[in-house]
Design a protein around this ligand. Structure first.
Ligand SMILES: [Zn+2]
Length: 334
């Protein structure tokens, strides 16, 4: 990055440098210290920002009020103030980072929403006025259920007061809600299911949910074409409807059920990922056997890999390899 300013020990030194590069001389300062720099008129705010960011500040976000004033020497060699002056608010220090979840590690990775259970008034759940211009905004991630609380101080903030963001882990209440939302765990599990193939097509979604109360019969989906979006939408709607009933008012279902469902979905997604990895390993091994002419062993590995096959439709290497193995196997069989 281009540096916006150079620091000088006196106005006189700075004027000498300014005469050569056409910049102006400024004094910039905050409550603690001041320096003399040269900068272009259009660069002075960036220079203030850069100077501030280079300092050492306490943890947590703080707003520093940096002031600037152009300077010159009069005929008697006295320092005088020029016609360009102002101030810049510079926010320094980091906010809290969200806990790592399936969504990711950054604030932007989450889908922040304001569901009614957060409280506050019904038109604006999760929003509170704390007096003056200070507001609190609480949101929940619709995918993983963690909480985000932002305190915004508005125009009447105290000097140095920066807006803060803090996070809290998901709890039973937020998970119960998140599991019923678009893009949440249910969608992740269904997406994993949709991408599964071969033997996996015969599996009943409810086996993985593991809850008799959320039954969707195996028979009704046994012949489903999982690439058919309407069918997938039906399953998704069924699962979500059932989960929503559990999460809200179904008295017959106890609170632990939803936790079990979430756990089962997570395990399922993890299982798909683990099997994909295992299949890839078997495939690589089969390929080694194939090259070495150990056709029987290659076939064994390829069959194990095939039985674990998931999500490989998008992987041309995998498809070509399987086709090659099959062709060799047929050739040997003849
Ligand atoms: Zn999230």
């Amino acid at each position: 990055m281009e540096k916006y300013y150079t620091e000088y020990s006196s106005v006189l030194d700075a004027l000498g440098a300014a005469a050569q590069d056409g910049r102006r001389v400024y004094r910039i300062w905050d409550d603690g210290c001041s320096i003399t720099i040269t900068a272009d008129e259009t660069e002075i705010r960036e220079a203030c920002q850069e100077w501030c960011e280079g300092g050492t500040w306490p943890d947590g976000p703080v707003v520093i009020d940096v002031r600037y004033q152009s300077m010159y020497l009069d005929h008697d060699g006295e320092e005088c103030e020029g016609d360009d002056a102002g101030s810049v608010d510079v926010e320094v220090g980091e906010n809290d980072a969200p806990p790592e979840t399936a969504c990711g590690t950054e604030d932007d990775d989450h889908d922040w929403q304001s569901p009614g259970f957060l409280g506050g008034c019904s038109e604006n759940p999760g929003v509170w006025s704390n007096g003056g211009t200070t507001m609190t905004f609480e949101t929940v991630c619709a995918a993983c259920g963690i909480y985000r609380t932002e305190i915004a101080y508005g125009s009447q903030r105290n000097p140095g007061q920066a807006d803060t963001v803090t996070y809290e882990d998901a709890d039973e209440r937020s998970r119960r809600w998140a599991v019923t939302q678009d893009g949440g765990l249910v969608d992740a599990a269904i997406a994993a299911y949709e991408s599964a193939s071969g033997e996996w097509e015969g599996l009943n979604w409810t086996q993985w949910i593991g809850d008799p109360d959320a039954q969707i019969s195996a028979e009704s989906y046994a012949d489903t074409d999982w690439t058919d979006t309407d069918a997938v939408a039906d399953v998704r709607a069924d699962v979500r409807r059932k989960l929503a009933a559990i999460a809200t008012e179904d008295e017959d279902v106890n609170d632990d059920d939803l936790g079990d469902i979430v756990t089962a979905i997570r395990e399922y997604v993890e299982q798909v990922a683990a099997d994909a990895e295992e299949a890839e390993r078997e495939a690589a091994e089969a390929y080694d056997h194939l090259r070495a002419g150990r056709y029987a062993k290659a076939l064994e590995c390829a069959e194990r890999a095939s039985s674990l096959e998931h999500e490989y439709g998008d992987d041309p290497t995998w498809g070509r390899f399987l086709a090659a193995v099959e062709a060799v196997v047929e050739f040997i069989a003849e």
